[in-house]
Design a protein around this ligand. Structure first.
Ligand code: SF4
Ligand code: SF4
Length: 242
């Protein structure tokens, strides 16, 4: 984000990516209906997943992927709780939406789509794999959201309103369940137009639940294969080698 300034150093650090694997952006959510507590703004929190583990699941998930997924979700929830505590300490309201929570078990939807806040905060777009594709890390990330009435202390990021997947359809072709429609995202599109959650979930649970201690299965093939995530890895590797 450009021109970031806030009187709160902890927030500056989050907004400017103080940690190498964490990114954060402010989103103006006043136009959105499903806001908890009618809070007008959102801090979208994004944490990068381990590249070595993500590379290793191109043909199917592994136990380390399940552990990484769990670790990063926990990290986001801890980060969110700490942000909520700081904001409430300033006398404002804040409410966290956990990284991974299914509110409607039949439709497999969450109480709030973190991706909405992330696109609104300018952190990325929704790819053909129905995941948030970050400019920096591709889809190798997990998201959380903190809603608040703390007035934006930094300029809200310019919302991303189009897909940058171009003609790529690698994720669509690599999905073993055939759950991805191949359509290109635009704001306001229903999730069902991009992706069949029931087909994806049935596949994951049938194939991979044993990796997840019998809880809901994970897959991640469409995330691992995305060239945007691999390109991010190449950049890091080059920088590391300099
Ligand atoms: S997680 Fe697996 S089954 Fe689900 S859409 Fe991605 S590749 Fe397909
Ligand atoms: S694999 Fe290609 S189409 Fe799928 S999300 Fe990544 S860039 Fe978009």
């Amino acid at each position: 984000m450009d021109d970031v300034y806030s009187p709160f150093p902890w927030l500056d650090e989050l907004l400017t990516g103080g940690a190498d694997t964490v990114r954060c952006g402010f989103a103006d959510m006043r136009r959105h209906r499903d806001r908890p507590g009618d809070l007008p703004f959102a801090l979208s929190l994004m944490v990068r997943m381990d590249d070595g583990i993500m590379d290793s699941i191109a043909n199917g998930p592994t136990r380390p992927y399940f552990e990484e997924y769990t670790r990063v979700n926990r990290l986001i929830d801890d980060l969110g709780a700490s942000v909520v505590g700081r904001i409430e300490g300033l006398g404002y309201r804040a409410r966290q939406v956990p990284a991974s929570a299914t509110a409607n078990r039949e439709k497999l939807t969450a109480s709030f789509s973190h991706k909405q806040a992330a696109t609104q905060a300018g952190l990325g777009w929704i790819g053909r794999n129905c995941q948030l594709v970050s400019r920096e890390f591709g889809p190798r990330i997990r998201l959380g959201t903190v809603f608040t009435d703390l007035p934006p202390v930094a300029a809200a990021g310019a919302a991303i309103t189009k897909s940058f997947c171009g003609k790529c359809d690698i994720c669509v072709k690599s999905c073993p369940a055939g759950a991805l429609s191949g359509k290109s995202w635009s704001p306001g599109m229903l999730r069902e137009e991009l992706f069949d959650a029931v087909v994806c979930n049935t596949w994951k649970n049938r194939q991979f639940a044993h990796l997840a201690d019998g809880s809901k299965g994970l897959c991640g093939i469409c995330v691992s294969r995305c060239p945007r995530g691999k390109a991010a890895r190449r950049k890091v590797t080059r920088a590391d080698n300099c």
